[in-house]
Ligand binder design. Sequence first.
Ligand SMILES: NC(=O)c1ccc[n+]([C@@H]2O[C@H](COP(=O)([O-])OP(=O)(O)OC[C@H]3O[C@@H](n4cnc5c(N)ncnc54)[C@H](O)[C@@H]3O)[C@@H](O)[C@H]2O)c1
Length: 406
Amino acid sequence: MREKLDPSPHGKLGYPDFSDGGKLSANDKQLHSGINTMIIGVPKEVKRDEYRVALLPVGADELTRAGHRVLVERGAGLGSGLPDHSYADHGAELVDTAADVFARADMIIKVKEPQPQEIALLRSGQVVFTYFHFAADRALTEGVIASGATAVAYETLRDDQGRLPLLTPMSEVAGRMSIQEGAKYLERPQMGRGILLGGVPGVAPAHITILGGGVVGANAAKVAAGFGADICLLDVNMDRLRYLDDIMPANVDCLFSDRHVIREQLRLADLVIGAVLIPGAKAPRLIEREDLRLMKPGSVLIDVAIDQGGCMETSRPTTHSEPTYIVDDVVHYCVTNMPGAVGRTSTYALCNVTLPWALAIANRGIDAAATALRPVAHAVNVFQGEVTNAAVAKTFGLKQSTRFGV
Ligand SMILES: NC(=O)c1ccc[n+]([C@@H]2O[C@H](COP(=O)([O-])OP(=O)(O)OC[C@H]3O[C@@H](n4cnc5c(N)ncnc54)[C@H](O)[C@@H]3O)[C@@H](O)[C@H]2O)c1
């Protein structure tokens, strides 16, 4: 049976008044002692140029209707066009500082991996539900392990068909956006070759090579095909290639990815999109520095896989404020949080898929949820200081706990 919230509200929204500077109030404590209720905290994202937020007002509504308490840091939704009152009107309590959110919440829901100032606020036993991408960041991994918090990673939540449903919408956004950005950086004032993706009658369109035909790659190919470009989509999974070959328009060729094919493509390409993934592991490196010599000056590399370390030797993480740099006359774009720039679209796309899992974890508690629900077991990367994800343990040579049997 779910414990009911204290029915004696003090706040104007019918929720207890939490104006005690972040310490646990009597009502917080009562909630903590309950079986199936949680305090859920939504901090404002602090990563540079990140405009998404981890919860929509409808999410605050659903969680509070399920008996949970929702704390939202003031201003958290503004980057996505969601004002504070839209949360307060749906049962959330607005909180002034991230420190208060982290101090009081049983579960933090975020978008990006905790930044150093956020890692310092994590508490033992606290659940953090967000993107982590541990394999690309040793300091983050060590910081979360040391905190004793439980890291539930969006990117490794795996459904029964082996899909990654919490990665999919952001990959859809990044894939579609990669062509939009590629088109921009091929323009001469942006140091590109001065190529229009679709060409014009009498002038050839751009050649686009897409490494990886998963969600990012397929979405990039679809948008690029709409522009009228010539596209080669490469993958190592033959079943996937057969499927893509069936559904893609005539201006998309689907090729098996090996070193020779990739090098041949680099000679032809105006724009290369890196979209490979080995789930939970560092991205395979497919383009070496010496390979850049094969490319035309002013061609553009967009390494979408940069959040997993990147698939090009010369890739290094960049931000929306300074998205590009040039190596050997090739423009590199390696923004780690591409969907952040289209915050409103991305927030809705993300929250549509994360809310049911946030509810499942809040309703059961993380231990019971990970035991009962296989997708959640896959999502737990670190459980109270123990690494439970095999790929993360392997990447950093750490012992893996098989607590949840995955
Ligand atoms: N930078 C960003 O803002 C951003 C946003 C979303 C996703 N991503 C990243 O984009 C990458 C791709 O994501 P996804 O959702 O498309 O993954 P996915 O699993 O759907 O697709 C990855 C594809 O790569 C293929 N692949 C693996 N090794 C390959 C190789 N050597 N050559 C060619 N193909 C190979 C796989 O067979 C698979 O089809 C991931 O690293 C993801 O984290 C980045």
